[in-house]
Design a protein around this ligand. Structure first.
Ligand SMILES: [Fe+2]
Length: 418
């Protein structure tokens, strides 16, 4: 068991002034089977989670003194750990790195096995926006050398170093003066390079090596997990989109309805401040909200003349059929079948299938109800021309808060008026 004592623990500013090993204090937290820490004060559960996330990859038994000059490193790490989306993780990582190393720019390069080069994934600073499409050669660049050697490199006079890959500077009209690069690992494989350029006040030092290496070890697993998650998620989304398109094609009246509802729902979700994982759920819920139409006979779904009362009841059952189908898929969140079940409910209880009222309808149900009607009325259908969006917004506004949620209608209005 490795004992760690943290002194002067401060979540808001400097993360750790001292991390010492070996002296026991009054409070202890088990980080892993090998590491136990002793902070000098009792921590809240949020602080403990944050600390665990931060320390989980530190397994060496040397004294580590990391002085983070600025930034809220624990908060940043907590943010990184709570996000699955690769794009967000990379951006947060790059931001933190640039601040911690007091540098003009920072980049994350990931190894492209097909071309045997490194590609920029996220960049910042003066060269950002110019270099993303460049293939950085492994054999003639500082990042490549770091990747090959599997160790941190500092070059404090980049322009005179033969390994400096000048194409990035030329393309960005930027002058790289100094650079620090460290490899990113996943298990035993090197997966990329983390680098910072042009330290603002000075040259890169041994202390910077400790910071960048600690950071690399903290984020390597996270990066790879996010990438795996992203690949898997895009495959699953592709399948869901194919199902949604098949549903739309079966209904002669609504060819791109599910896709439209999904696109607009995501915009509304963003406007309402939802986080990434909630937005992903909303996207799937929107794409599949009409999946129950699979169980409605063609002659009723596509009947050109007026429906009888019985036929209308059958059409209405697509909500129940959809919810049942989706609730049988274990890995889907319960919000998704709820969206299918409730997207025709109204806050005053005049909707279907269960005449639910406000307080009984889920947030997804409320959002999809608004977007479903907006898209249905503004789209061209075989039996009608598209209605102007102003007219549809007026109808929705007149019906809130009676039938629709005012906040959602307000967000919709903002999104379609951009
Ligand atoms: Fe529907």
């Amino acid at each position: 068991m490795l004992n760690v004592v943290i002194q002067n623990f401060d979540l808001k500013g400097i993360a750790f002034n001292n991390i010492l090993y070996g002296e026991e204090g009054n409070f202890s937290i088990n980080i892993s089977p090998d590491i136990k820490i002793f902070p000098d004060k009792k921590l809240t559960s949020l602080e403990i989670i944050t600390l665990k996330n931060s320390l989980i990859n530190i397994t060496n038994d040397e004294l580590i003194k990391v002085r983070f000059e600025s930034g809220h490193i624990l908060e940043i790490l907590e943010l990184i750990n709570s996000n699955f989306k690769l794009e967000t993780v990379l951006k947060l990582t790059e931001d933190a790195l640039r601040k911690l190393l007091n540098s003009d720019g920072a980049s994350i390069l990931l190894y492209n096995e097909d071309k045997h080069v490194l590609n920029f994934y996220v960049t910042s600073g003066g060269a950002s926006g110019y270099i993303e499409t460049i293939d950085v050669p492994i054999d003639s660049s500082i990042a490549g050398e770091c990747f090959k050697r599997k160790e941190t490199i500092i070059i404090n006079n980049a322009q005179k170093n033969p390994l400096h890959f000048k194409k990035t500077d030329m393309k960005a009209k930027y002058k790289t003066k100094n650079i620090i690069a460290t490899p990113l690992f996943f298990e035993n494989d090197t997966i990329g390079v983390l680098e910072a350029v042009n330290k603002k006040s000075d040259v890169y030092t041994q202390e910077d090596i400790e910071v960048i290496e600690l950071f690399s070890s903290l984020i390597s697993n996270k990066l790879m997990n996010s990438k795996i998650y992203e690949d898997l998620s895009s495959t699953i989304k592709g399948i869901i989109l194919a199902v949604a398109t098949a549903i739309d094609l079966r209904d002669n009246y609504t060819h791109t309805h599910s896709k439209n509802v999904s696109t607009l729902s995501i915009k509304i979700g963003k406007e309402l401040g939802f986080n990434d994982s909630f937005l992903e759920e909303l996207e799937i819920a929107a794409l599949l909200h009409d999946v129950g139409k699979i169980g409605i006979p063609d002659e009723i779904l596509n009947k050109p003349s007026k429906l009888t009362d019985d036929e209308y009841k059958i059409i209405q059952s697509h909500t129940i059929i959809g919810a049942k189908l989706l609730s049988e898929i274990d890995f889907l969140s319960k919000n998704i079948p709820l969206g299918a079940l409730e997207h025709h409910e109204k806050l005053d209880g005049t909707g279907y299938p269960y005449n639910k009222k406000d307080g009984e309808i889920s947030l997804f149900g409320k959002i999809l109800a608004v977007v479903d009607i907006y898209d249905a009325l503004t789209a061209k259908r075989i039996y009608k021309e598209p209605w102007p969006k102003e007219k549809v917004l007026r109808i929705l506004k007149d019906d809130c808060p009676k039938k629709f949620d005012c906040e959602i209608v307000k967000a919709l209005e903002k999104c379609v008026n951009i």
